[in-house]
Design a protein around this ligand. Structure first.
Ligand code: SF4
Length: 293
């Protein structure tokens, strides 16, 4: 199943080896821009009533300035902390809470700031998914197979396939015309749950029924973003689908990436390489050695 080269570790496949990939660069850039805008806004908020405040009490401008300064420091500190967690890929004290702040506050802000700087929504969504994945991986979560769910979109199924797989994916005949076959094989190999949803409502129902600890979800940027937000605090590792035939039609998924994510969350250790056997000396050399001793 896997065509992963031996030198590629799961983390490299899953997060690009913590290198500053374009998606991360967009997010970090927008974060810094937001921070600068916030600092400017706080500065203006402090400066405008400066004269009026002096009339009330001579110390008020200083007190307000200190308060806004503290607020700016907290924002800058939080952003630096987030950037550090993203770059190191390690849980620095509270990456679970950090993910909550990213999901609930920072992402909507990023969309707004992205608009100001001409960054398209889909690019911000992509970068949000990648940052979310980094924070989920940083938590080093481990689930039992029955608590790990692979949640797939219906558009992965071949458009002419007559089999109904939304109720039960096991109905798939494994003809190989679409990636559902590979997903069923991964699900059986690792004994993890696999469900196919036709939309957000069904996906939510599946999650409520199965009550997983971790979800590996495949969808387009828009659906993944809303799925990650809706499911919070449930950790969702998102993988965007490939759309060689356009959106919502015979889409595909990187099966290696799905399998590596499954291995990471099940804590499956990489298979040990067979130990190298000592190479027998060529017959001529052995003969020479026996003659010299
Ligand atoms: S692999 Fe399964 S779902 Fe895909 S076309 Fe074949 S039978 Fe249908």
């Amino acid at each position: 199943m896997s065509n992963q080269s031996p030198e590629q570790s799961p983390s490299i496949i899953l997060d690009g080896g913590n290198s500053i990939r374009p998606q991360k660069r967009i997010f970090i850039g927008l974060l810094i821009a937001t921070c600068c805008l916030l600092a400017i806004l706080l500065g203006v908020l402090w400066y405008v009533p400066y004269v009026g405040l002096t009339n009330i009490h001579p110390d008020l401008p200083l007190i307000l300035g200190m308060f806004f300064g503290l607020l700016s420091l907290v924002a800058v500190g939080g952003v630096l902390f987030l950037i550090l967690t993203i770059l190191l890929g390690r849980d620095l004290f509270f990456s679970k809470r950090l993910r909550g702040i990213v999901v609930k506050i920072i992402f909507p802000l990023m969309v707004l700031v992205g608009k100001i700087f001409g960054v398209s929504k889909v690019k911000v969504q992509r970068s949000f998914i990648e940052i979310n994945n980094n924070l989920v991986l940083a938590q080093h979560l481990h689930a039992t197979p029955d608590k790990l769910l692979l949640l797939m979109p219906h558009c992965l199924q071949f458009h002419e396939c007559p089999v109904r797989i939304t109720g039960n994916v096991v109905n798939c005949k494994r003809c190989g015309k679409c990636h559902i076959k590979g997903l069923v094989e991964i699900s059986e190999k690792y004994h993890v749950g696999l469900a196919v949803a036709t939309g957000g409502t069904l996906a939510r129902r599946i999650v409520i029924e199965k009550r997983p600890q971790v979800i590996i979800a495949v969808a387009c940027e828009r659906d993944l973003t809303s799925g990650i937000q809706d499911s919070y605090p449930l950790p969702v590792y998102g993988i965007t689908n490939k759309r060689p035939h356009g959106p919502c039609y015979d889409t595909q998924v990187d099966l290696d990436r799905v399998e590596e994510a499954v291995k990471v969350f099940l804590n499956v250790q990489p298979e040990a390489q067979p130990e190298a056997q000592p190479v027998a000396a060529p017959a001529s050399e052995a003969r020479w050695q026996s003659q010299t001793h």
